[in-house]
Design a protein around this ligand. Sequence first.
Ligand code: ADP
Ligand code: MG
Length: 369
Amino acid sequence: MNRISKNISKLFVLLLILSIILIGCTFNNVPKKNDSNNSQQQGVNKDELVLVKKQKFVLGTLGGINAYSYTNEQGEKAISLAYKRIEEIENLMSTSIKGSDVYDINKNAGIKVTKINPSTMQVILRGLKYYDITQETFNIGLGSLIKLWGIGEDSPKVPTAQEIAEARKHIHLNNLEISEENNTVFIKDSKMLLDLGGIAKGYAVDEAVRILKENEIKSGLVNLGGDIFIFGTKDDSTLWRVGINNPETGGSGNPIARILMTDKSIVTSGDYERFFIENDVKYHHIIDFNTGMPADNGVISVTIVSDECMNSDIISTAGFVLGVEEGLRLIESQPDVEGLIITNDRKIYVSSGLRDELEILDNNFKVVN
Ligand code: ADP
Ligand code: MG
């Protein structure tokens, strides 16, 4: 072989190696969209994806969305559409935003029917369903009591026994008249007020997840102040580990336990989430309709894991009011619902389907059932 042809063949080999490297890079970087179903089954290949994260203040809390995306632009677009939907829900279901469905329903109480958005109707109907299931402990008509205590307002205060007794007369959901056909709601009792604070956040999380999935996000999480939904897998096919807050120290400090999970919601209702202190007594934000006072039965946190964040939101609040025995019974009675209840003597009560997924990290807390 002469020199020229030797050099040509060297060049050819070099080009061949270079093109293999380039093809290799291409495979690593370019999303294999056609393989997406496959990759979801086996766990999303993280090498192909970028993690896009965005926090925003929504629904009275700091929201967080993480999305494993094909590109930064795709992730940012999906996340901003998800936040847009959350804001839409806030504008429909807030008690304080003028012109929201709930604001109008309350303004028109005792006067006339209010036409509402189908999303608000869906949430109200779910609330009504659980009013029955939870023996009235979960009640979207507690607005008069919630307002009296100033929950969610700047200056909450302890009301008088007389004020509580009066407000308790106006919390009965048989005063709610609904027409699903016409999408209208009417509160017959002019002093009753609707409050979707125990359910709207869960619904907003479900909706945000729906929007992310519609925008080709295969894996991620939505967290609205402790109402969380996680989907897909974190690293290559590993599940997510979600920490359970120490209810004694609130959100700060180390988690006391963790749960291995994916494609489910997880919601915690705790007495540390929103509270005020008056004369050395702590008053939190979950009301027991029997007393008109914050629930006081030794439970300090309830965590629910289920397929729908809206259900988890409701059942965590209801379980907090029901207490250990009845709360566990409610959890066990619902298909696809699991949970754990923590009491002020550091006992953890776990539902049957969650025991194997739960790992205790702080030995001051003991599983007792
Ligand atoms: P957080 O808002 O901290 O996540 P929850 O999901 O437990 O807490 O909901 C508490 C909110 O729900 C309160 O701020 C109030 O608006 C409303 N609420 C309080 N008590 C009840 C109840 N018994 N049933 C339904 N809603 C309630
Ligand atoms: Mg809740």
